[in-house]
Design a binder for this molecule. Structure first.
Ligand code: DON
Length: 565
């Protein structure tokens, strides 16, 4: 008799083994665990600078200033002194602050400055070269942060960045490739060849030094605000503008002020959300999304995950339509913050939600307000007293305007593209805008940056944020939901594949290598168009675990790293 049994039995055993293997829970990713303090940023050297500052007795704000400056050296594609950002702070006793050091439109800017004589938009001018830059805010921001909440001597916070610029640092293979690729654009748009970047084809292990930048940082260290907005560095900026046809003037630099704003706050179940209000749209977007979702049960198990992603997409398309119509710099435009977050507004806004079917974006208009009343970088810090800083800072696109200020050795932003350069014309992240976000002198361009701090039962729970243009609020939302609703740890929540949609274009983008094909199929069946893309965002975040230990999650999509003790 043929031994069918044995053969079949072997198959059964093999099948059970395979089943057993695939049913085994994937090993849970765990980030850096630390008892005292954690700094998570886009670069290991910058994270270490921040951790050292705290170990030397500085607080989270001191560390944030040192990290911002260090990133300007080791992560020049986004870390900056020529750009701007937002910082959300929660002191250990529960006081909140938010600092707006977003760039401003120069005094000579005007609504139609990126429209040609035929009425066509000129994105090349709003995205590259001298005309693309807003007046930088980072240095004034760091000075203001230090004046109000810093505890260490200012010079000690700038010295680590000076050292990194002067002594240089060894490039990884990816950094070497990135700088080599970027050099053509830097040559093209800078008025003087920035040879510190373009002088050679970089390879792994090369030591990258920035002598001019070190000198600029020394002036900032010794003179504070005056070391950047007047004197030698200001003169370099103005000379650069004159050579390259830019419009930032000495008066713009002298007048620039960062500003403390009331943080935007809201609640979701047992959690308080402390985030950035206008001129960012990011905080409003996540509070609107959490507000709509508060009464829903969501799950990432089986088919329920497709239901959640459908819900998320339908929220996003309505809210990004609101973003285009109502969100802007509130110093210039009456952003209806309370109305946009009002429960009855949100439920009316979502009343045509169909759990079975995608709503075509063309059918979505902004809501009815009843009474009108990819380069960025994020870092998260908690110090040993429990003070927390969530900070997102940017030049906008990778290497900003690609203009290196000759003599001063730093890159200028291309943030002007975040204005609506022509009504209905998408910015570099494909988001639309209109009248609210039109260009006006000294106005801040609308942002999506979402530095956020979350409390659980009034205690510090999470510090979170990411770069990623218009995907920022939706990435922050997903990571928060992964933790709060799906029970993930910090690293696990960050590693999870992400999805994004934003009203127009009418599609869901999802990260490549997402393995649950049935979920994609369910979304297609509901009428969603899907498009695969590379990494969405780089979330760097910290979670306070039940036992008070913190977990720092650094995004594996970049070379991000946590440092702590
Ligand atoms: O403020 C904003 O929303 C944009 N300038 C952010 C740009 C960004 O995140 C690019 N990074 N990937």
């Amino acid at each position: 008799m043929k031994n069918y049994f044995c053969k079949e039995n072997r198959c059964v055993v093999l099948f059970l083994l395979v089943l057993g293997y695939s049913c085994q829970p994937k090993e849970k990713a765990i980030g850096l665990l630390a008892e005292n303090a954690i700094v998570v940023s886009a670069h290991p050297l910058a994270s270490k600078v921040g951790k050292d500052i705290i170990q030397e007795g500085g607080n989270a704000v001191d560390a944030a200033i040192a990290v911002q400056m260090a990133l300007a050296v080791v992560y020049p594609q986004a870390g900056n002194i020529g750009g701007g950002g937002f910082m959300v702070i929660r002191e250990s006793e529960g006081q909140y602050h938010s600092l707006d050091y977003r760039e401003k439109a120069p005094l000579a800017a005007s609504r139609d400055m990126y429209i040609d004589e035929n009425g066509d938009a000129l994105p090349e001018k709003s995205q590259n070269g001298h005309l693309a830059s807003g007046v930088p805010g980072s240095v004034d921001g760091m000075v203001k942060a230090h004046e109000k909440l810093g505890s260490m001597e200012w010079a000690k916070l700038i010295n680590p960045a000076i050292r990194l610029a002067e002594e240089g640092f060894a490039l990884s293979e990816n950094e070497a490739a990135y700088f080599t690729r970027a050099s053509e654009n830097l040559k093209k748009y800078s008025s003087v060849d920035p040879i510190q970047f373009t002088g050679k084809a970089w390879k792994a292990g090369d030591v990258f030094k920035q002598v001019q930048l070190a000198n600029t940082l020394k002036l900032i260290r010794d003179k504070g605000r005056a070391g950047f907005y007047s004197g030698e560095v200001a003169d370099y900026i103005i000379a650069e503008m004159e050579r390259g046809g830019g419009i930032i003037s000495l008066e713009d630099l002298e007048k620039y002020e960062s500003t403390w704003r009331e943080p935007l706050t809201g609640s979701y179940k047992d959690f308080n959300i402390i985030t950035m209000g206008p001129p960012s749209s990011g905080g409003l977007i996540i509070l609107q999304m959490l507000g709509i979702m508060e009464n829903d049960q969501v799950s990432n198990q089986g088919e329920s995950y497709a239901e959640y992603l459908h819900l998320k997409t339908e929220m996003e398309r309505r809210i990004f339509a609101d973003r285009a119509a109502f969100m802007a710099d509130s110093d210039f435009y009456p952003v209806p913050v309370d109305e946009l977050l009002d429960d009855s507004y949100l439920s009316q806004r979502f009343s045509n939600f169909d759990p079975q079917k995608a709503t075509p974006s063309d059918l979505i208009m902004e809501g009815k307000i009843l009474s009108m009343s990819e380069e960025t970088t994020h870092f998260s810090i908690v110090d040993k007293e429990g003070n927390a800083v969530s900070c997102t800072t940017t030049l906008n696109g990778g290497m900003g305007s690609k203009v290196m200020v000759d003599g001063a050795g730093f890159l200028l932003n291309n943030e002007m593209d975040d204005f609506s350069i022509k009504p209905g014309f998408p910015n570099m992240f494909g988001v639309l805008g209109g009248e609210a976000n039109k260009i006006e002198p000294e106005k801040r361009m609308l942002s999506s940056m979402t530095p956020t701090i979350i409390e659980k039962n009034n205690e510090l729970f999470m510090v979170v944020g990411t770069p990623g243009g218009s995907t920022i609020p939706t990435s922050v939302f997903q990571v928060v939901v992964n933790v709060i609703e799906f029970g993930m740890g910090m690293q696990e929540a960050i590693n999870e594949k992400r999805f994004h949609s934003q009203w127009k274009p009418d599609q869901i983008s999802f990260e490549k290598d997402f393995e649950r094909e049935n979920i994609l199929e369910s979304l297609r069946n509901k009428g969603h168009e899907l498009s695969e893309r590379n990494g969405i965002g780089r979330v760097d975040a910290i979670l306070v675990l039940e036992d008070g230990i913190m977990e720092g999650g650094a995004d594996p999509r970049g070379m991000d790293a946590a440092s702590g003790y």
